[in-house]
Write a protein that binds this ligand. Structure first.
Ligand code: NAP
Length: 512
């Protein structure tokens, strides 16, 4: 007879902001019967993986951090990746999350077992079962490589910005960078002075704004340490300042013309060549794609060793990237290194292919091209599962950590409700999920994300935005403030087990 796999009340996938935040809140509620499954050998999620040169957050750190763990020691207004990663590790350590994390446990499949009322989770390092599954895998977990003919024939070094090869010395190299998104605009200025030549393949010119980044002074840090309220005030003022962006993004996109004027000024400030200026000027409403921020991107592109190529890539050869212009003429750009700044599997996250309902159908199959959840968190047909950073919870204007915390609060409310009322199974009603998503789609109408004249990864194949939250974030926080049982099918526990918590290793637990 084989041993039964270890069973937990809750299994959390991932140790990014979502996984760590969830684990902290579970512990604070007195529930320690949970595990956190992490595929890598350290925690941090996308902030662990994205250690490319220049990686930093484009949301100010006072806001891009947990509400329960403000950090008075941030060194800059927009913190660099190593500092954010350190912060996450410290929060995990100080809140006792570390002891719950199982490293090297890449989740390969999770199946709902209705007869046992639990999730059976297969990982690279064995199986566990859990009554509740919380996915904190996040949308920026899996790098996306473009489908370009001949990519596998390239004989030089090729890597993705999220899998940076620090052992590959770029000094004097002929480097191709594909993509001009949030990641590329950060690493291009860092590598440009070192490389021999840099050919930047730009499919769409992004709007890039001046970034008001600065050191946080010692006096400020002392103030935040001595008077925590001062940092709360700083955080709140950034939060409300960022919420005003919604007036342009969602309420009246014509206001974004002001942003476009600033964007054009940013190009003019750094680039003198009219041809390059024209290439770098976007042809869609600012905000339709994420607005980027950098002070050194345009100056780097104006350097003599950089060539911005806007013709489409048709092929990669063993030592070159081949493009074709509007007249059909092909050009071979010889390179020895290709760096992909081509983003992530956001709308088709691999974790959704791994989570299966009682019939063995994956979340991704159920969703098809349109990912939908109730309150962005729970999905009809997938009992006792919570998807953090789920459909329509992404943001184009402020801190994702704010949304993640709102979802965690909602999930905790649900768990507490079930515990108090002796329930052991929850699932959103399909009609509630439908009505919720209709409202989200209605709010999305007229926003810059669907009407701004661009093709972005926010949109699915039908042009529907299944990625972003369409309005103010406080609106989402209000909607998820309290668990709403009337929107759920809930099942009473057959025994007292679910109501009283579970016994493991003699420890008796009750969710507070
Ligand atoms: P991204 O924003 O998705 O950008 C991908 C880039 O690759 C785009 O310029 C895209 O062009 C281009 N691309 C994709 N396939 C291509 C192909 N076949 N040929 C040519 N170009 C191609 O990816 P990212 O820059 O890695 O950023 C992903 C997300 O990470 C961001 O939106 C942001 O939310 C997050 N991020 C955040 C920070 C931060 O500071 N908080 C920093 C970095 C990243 P098109 O525009 O034409 O599609």
């Amino acid at each position: 007879m084989t041993d039964a796999p270890p069973h937990y009340r809750v299994a959390v996938i991932g140790t990014g902001f979502a996984g760590i935040g969830m684990a902290v809140r579970l512990r604070q509620a007195g529930l320690t019967d949970f595990t956190v499954l992490e595929r890598a050998h350290d925690l941090g999620g996308t902030w662990r993986d994205n250690d490319y040169p220049g990686a930093a957050c484009d949301v100010p750190s006072h806001l891009y951090s947990f509400s329960f763990a403000l950090n008075p020691g941030w060194s800059r207004s927009f913190s660099p990746q190593p500092e954010i990663w350190e912060y996450m590790k410290r929060v995990a350590r100080e809140h006792g999350v570390d002891e719950h994390v199982r490293y090297g446990h890449d989740v390969t499949a999770a199946h709902w077992e209705p007869d046992h009322n639990r999730w059976r989770i297969e990982t690279a390092a064995g199986t566990v079962t859990a009554q509740f599954l919380v996915s904190g895998a996040g949308p920026l977990a899996d790098p996306s490589y473009p489908d370009i003919k001949g990519l596998d024939t390239f004989e030089g070094r090729l890597f993705h910005s999220a899998e940076w090869d620090h052992g590959h010395d770029l000094t004097g190299r002929r480097v191709a960078v594909i993509g001009t998104g949030a990641s590329a605009i950060q690493f291009v200025p860092r590598i440009q002075p070192r490389v021999g030549s840099l050919t930047l393949f730009q499919r769409t010119a992004p709007w890039v704004m001046f970034r008001h980044d600065r050191d946080i002074t010692r006096v400020e840090r002392w103030l935040y340490r001595s008077i925590p309220l001062a940092q709360q005030v700083a955080r709140k003022s950034i939060y409300w300042g960022r919420e005003t962006y919604i007036l342009g993004f969602a309420k009246n996109p014509r206001l974004l013309k002001i942003v476009e004027r600033l964007g054009r000024a940013n190009i003019h400030r750094s680039v003198e060549d009219p041809e390059l200026r024209a290439k770098l000027t976007p042809d869609f409403r600012a905000g339709c794609k994420r607005i980027l921020m950098s002070n050194d991107y345009y100056p780097a592109l104006a350097r003599p060793n950089v060539d911005v190529v806007t013709d489409g890539i048709v092929e990669v050869r063993p030592n070159a990237v081949v493009t074709r212009d509007a007249e059909g003429r092909e050009t071979e750009h010889e390179v020895d290194t290709i760096i992909m700044g081509t983003g992530f599997h956001v709308s088709d996250p691999p974790v959704a292919q791994r989570i299966h309902d009682a019939d063995g159908v994956s979340l991704s199959e159920r969703w098809g091209t349109t990912a939908q959840a109730f309150r962005g968190t729970t999905v009809a047909g997938f009992p006792n599962a919570f998807i953090l950073a789920g459909p329509n919870t992404g943001l184009g204007h402020t801190s994702q950590v704010f949304m993640i915390e709102a979802q965690i609060r909602y999930t905790m409310q649900a768990l507490k409700y079930m515990c108090r009322n002796r329930m052991d199974r929850l699932e959103p009603r399909p009609e509630a999920q439908r009505a919720y998503n209709e409202k989200v789609a209605e709010s999305m109408e007229g926003t810059v994300w669907v009407s701004g004249g661009c093709d972005s990864w926010y949109l699915n194949e039908e042009g529907r935005n299944t990625t972003l939250w369409p309005t103010f974030t406080w609106d989402y926080a209000l909607r998820t403030r309290w668990f709403d049982p009337h929107n759920y099918d809930l099942r009473k526990s057959r025994g007292v087990r679910a109501a009283e918590g579970v016994r493991r290793g003699g420890a008796h637990e009750r969710v507070r």
